[in-house]
Design a protein around this ligand. Sequence first.
Ligand code: KG4
Ligand code: ZN
Length: 368
Amino acid sequence: MSLILAIETSCDETAAAVVRDGQVVISDVVLSQVEVHREHGGIVPELASREHVRKIVPVLREVLEALSDPVAELDAIAVTHGPGLAGSLLVGVNVAKALALAWDKPLLAVHHLESHLYANWLAGQEETPPPFPCLCLVISGGHTSMVLVEDHAKYRQLGQTLDDAAGEAFDKAARILGLGYPGGPAVEQAARQGQAGRYKLPRAWLRGTHDFSFSGLKTALYRLAQEERRREASLHYGQEPGPDERPPGEVPRLSRAGEFPPLEEQVTADLAAAFQESVVDVLVRKTAEAANAYGVLAVLLAGGVAANARLREEMALRLSVPLRVPPPTLCTDNASMVGAAAHYHLLRGEYAPLDLDVYPNLPLIASE
Ligand code: KG4
Ligand code: ZN
């Protein structure tokens, strides 16, 4: 039995939760910073850490309202210590340390990817916990990782992205299509009205590996979108298509959302659908291959991109083992998943020291 207060501030969500036995969410608060970052077209690290500083105490106050006597009831304080933005991680880690010290509780340090995959252990989705061995595809704004989970704390990273993360690819696609920020949900929504077959986009198979690559797809989308913009301009205003001054294949780094003008609605929808289909196709086929190769008993999805309905649908269709996906609110960053993973740290007596640091590039290491 355990009751854990969990804190998550690795990126742009200020989140806290109280979780019982790594399974039952007692209370959960997520304060999104989307509005703060929107005008910049992406996350600005300095603004993110400042927002965490301002919001962490109100978020903790709210989440602790579920308990009548937190000091007496809680067994431990858990926090994400990496990977993530250093300045953001520092806020959560310092608050967690202060509470652990003041309330004399064990401190538990959780890896962000580990927490994402433990979203699948939170009750409410399935009666029974996921079986071992299982394969977990962690697809978020910062990661695309295929992880073989042989037991609690026994992970093997089979593959990862060699360039952009899947969520990052969605975010960049949204910019290229003039859909703004955050990109994933915007691309998914646009794609609903689109025909994926109108445009041909590449798929990087990287055969013989469990790795991924999405940067070629992004470049191909950029070229198609620019071609369409030139076509639309010449059609509407009789202009000659101007030369594209950027070197071929280079996608400009944009600092502000909306720098790319919107395309015709149907063109946007069709390009979004073609892009989404390409990402989904690669993720699904490579996951199915790995699931067969390792004889796993289930596939788990985790991370923000797992909220994508088209991906869930196609995975469920093409896998030969059961698929488990957390509800969308537990796919994106939250603290309940940190509490779920931390429960098993507590059972194993894996306590973090009070001089715990933050690790922006922390690898997911298996503790054998
Ligand atoms: O896990 P998460 O909240 O944060 C990270 O740890 O990165 O994932 C955020 C990422 C963003 O890139 C966002 O565009 C993507 O997940 N995302 C989606 C969808 N919802 C969020 N991508 C595709 N379809 C969605 N419905
Ligand atoms: Zn995340």
